[in-house]
Design a protein around this ligand. Structure first.
Ligand SMILES: Nc1ncnc2c1ncn2[C@@H]1O[C@H](COP(=O)(O)OP(=O)(O)O)[C@@H](O)[C@H]1O
Ligand SMILES: [Mg+2]
Length: 248
């Protein structure tokens, strides 16, 4: 679904943020990209929806190059940003969730149905007419999630979805991720907190200093995490089953 080849990126100030990343993400896969602060996680995922474009190398989504066919890429990849405030575009909760799908030129009934079902999924139906600037941080995060749900993009990327959430908040976001996965979406999550997702992901990718240093099944990658300054997750096994967040 996503094919990244020898991707290099430097910011206008000269910071070399990605140094030759090559990575494939299969359709329906759940991938966690981990790494310490500044390792290039956000820079990498912003290439996956064409928000950033490679200095050298290429990013292809479902056969479409992010430079040559950005509109096709945007239709396929939804992103929930780390900072919910930066993503809010509508006056009210309803307007905000409708913002993305409206650009898909859906007819009115389809649009309303999609917004209503997205709001219901994140339990915000009662706040539909509330102005976004009056929402709490957790509510803003849910509005952002509803926004990508309403787009029905096959690929959904979450940048640090657990940041600043309390215990119920983390569990709730994780439940949304698992539901999306059940529905067949390709899911990519960045985090420096592997523990939250370790029992659920297909693969872990480790970025360090702009390089992809390890990628594979969690059991293969976990022993190497400490070397790349990522805290190894705590978990235990019950038979074959990994006991961790939402599996305990
Ligand atoms: N807008 C920017 N301008 C210049 N440097 C940036 C910018 N955004 C990020 N960087 C730098 O790029 C590197 C990777 O950052 P980032 O992708 O945000 O890492 P992470 O998400 O893993 O914390 C860091 O060295 C960071 O300081
Ligand atoms: Mg980041």
């Amino acid at each position: 679904m996503i094919s990244i080849r020898d991707l290099h990126y430097s910011y206008p100030d000269g910071t070399l943020a990605l140094r030759g990343v090559t990575l494939d993400v299969a359709a329906g896969e759940f991938l966690a990209v981990c790494g310490p602060n500044g390792s290039g996680k956000t820079t990498l995922i912003r290439h996956m929806n064409g928000l950033l474009t490679p200095r050298t190398g290429s990013v292809v989504v479902d056969g479409y190059d992010t430079v040559q066919a950005p509109q096709e890429v945007i239709r396929r990849v939804g992103m929930v940003f780390q900072d919910a405030d930066s993503q809010i575009l509508g006056e009210t909760v309803w307007e905000d969730v409708a913002f993305g799908p409206r650009n898909l030129r859906l007819n009115r009934d389809v649009l309303e149905e999609r917004v209503a079902s997205a709001l219901k999924a994140v339990n915000l139906t009662d706040l539909a007419q509330k102005p976004c600037h009056l929402l709490s941080g957790g509510e803003k995060r849910r509005v952002a999630i509803a926004g990508v749900l309403a787009m029905r993009s096959p690929v959904i990327i979450f940048d640090e979805p657990f940041a600043n959430l309390d215990y119920p908040g983390v569990r709730e976001v994780l439940q949304h991720l698992l539901r999306l996965r059940e529905q067949g979406h390709t899911l990519i999550v960045t985090t420096h907190d592997v523990e939250k997702v370790v029992a659920h992901v297909d693969r872990l990718a480790v970025l360090f200093n702009g390089e992809l240093r390890a990628v594979g099944h969690p059991e293969e990658v976990i022993p190497h995490l400490r070397a790349f300054e990522v805290r190894p997750p705590c978990f235990t096994y019950f038979g074959e089953r990994m006991l961790s967040w939402l599996t305990d």
